[in-house]
Design a protein around this ligand. Sequence first.
Ligand code: NAD
Ligand code: IPM
Ligand code: MN
Length: 355
Amino acid sequence: MKRFNVAVIAGDGIGPEVIAEGKKVFSGIAQMDGNFTVTFEDFPWGCEYYLKTGEMMPADGLDTLRIFDAVYLGAVGYPGVPDHVSLGDLLLRIRRGFDQYINLRPVKLLRGAPCPLAGTEPGDIDMIVVRENTEGEYANVGAHLYPDTERETILQTGVFSRYGCERVIRYAYELARREKRTLTSISKGNALRYSMVFWDRIFAEIGKEYPDVETQTLLVDAASMFFVKDPKRFEVVVTSNLFGDILTDLGAAITGGMGLAAGANLNPERQFPSMFEPIHGSAPDIAGQGLVNPLAAIWSVSQMLDFFGEPLWGERILSAIEILLTEHRMVTSDLGGTAHTSDIGAAVLEILARA
Ligand code: NAD
Ligand code: IPM
Ligand code: MN
C-alpha cells in the first residue's frame, strides 16, 4: 500500500476554505482507489501566526517540511502584514529553499467553464506555462541606498544564471518533445538587454538539441495580446518568473477565472518536496463567507496525483470538474451559481463515484 504524506499550509484568507475541499477530494479518492492512503499534517503558518510569533514560519520550518512527499498550500497574505514579508518569508522561501524551479501552470479552457473571448471553444485554449520559479526578477537581490535622504535610491536586481535558465528551458523542450507540441519562449530582449537577450540566446542554443520541436519566440507585450486575440497559438510556453506570474493571471481570466487556475511548484529531481497550490491569493475581499471557488485547489490535487505517479486520478479529477461545470448545478457565484465553497468537494466526489 502506497502512503502519501502531505504537509498542509492552508494559510490566510480563503486559503483554509479552498484547502478543506481539496483534502476531501484527495481523501475520498484514496478510499475509492484502495491502493494508497493519504495523511495530512496541518501547519498553522501564515499571517496570524506571524502576528503571534513574529515569524511566518519557524526558523527550522523547511527542515520540518522536508520529510513530506509534498506540500499543499492555500494562500498567503493578509492586510496587517506587509506582503513582501508574508510572501517572502513563507511561499517564496519554500519555492527557493526547496529548489522548486519549475512552476507548471495549465491554462486550459475546460468544458463548461466561462470564457470571455467571443467564439472561443474548449480545445481552443490548451497550454501549459512553464514558469521559472527560483530566480529572475524574483531573486532576492537589491539595495536601499541613502535612506531618509533626498538621494534615496533603490536597486532591484534580476538574476539570470546560465544554470537557472538552461534547466527551465530544457525542461520545457523535453515536455514539448514528449507531448509533440510546439514551444513558445516569451521574453523581452528588445528592452532588457542583458537578462532577456541572454534568455533568448540560451533558448536558441538548447533548441539545436531539439530540432523536432517547433518553436516561436515572442516579446511579452505581443504575447499578452495574443493570449487574448489568438490563444490557440500557444501550446507549451516557457518564460521568466515575473512574466510567468503575470501571464498566468491573464491565462486564468480567459479560462474561467482565478477559481479555476492551479499551479505546481516542482523540484523535478525530487531532492525536496514539491508544492501544489491554486495560483490565486487569499482574496481578503471575499474571505470568510464560504463563497469562493475551490476548484483551483482541487485541480492542484490533480497535479499532485500526477506527480505521485497516479495520472489516471489526475485525469479523472479534471473530467469530474468538467462534468460539474457542464451540469452547472453545484457551482460557486464566480461561475454564476449559488453553491457554497464547502459543497464542492462532495460534489466532485459524487461525480467521481459515478464512473
Ligand atoms: P487574489 O488572487 O487573492 O484576488 C484577486 C481577485 O480574484 C479578487 O477579487 C478575489 O476575490 C478573486 N478570487 C481569488 N481567488 C478566488 C476564488 N478561489 N474564487 C473566487 N474568486 C477568487 O489577488 P490579490 O487580491 O492581488 O491578493 C490578495 C493577497 O493574496 C495579497 O496579500 C497577495 O500578496 C496574496 N497573494 C498570495 C498568493 C499565494 O499565496 N499563492 C497568490 C497571489 C496573491
Ligand atoms: C503567484 C503569486 C506569488 C508570485 C506572489 C504572492 C509572491 O502571485 O503564485 O502567482 O508572484 O509568484
Ligand atoms: Mn500571481
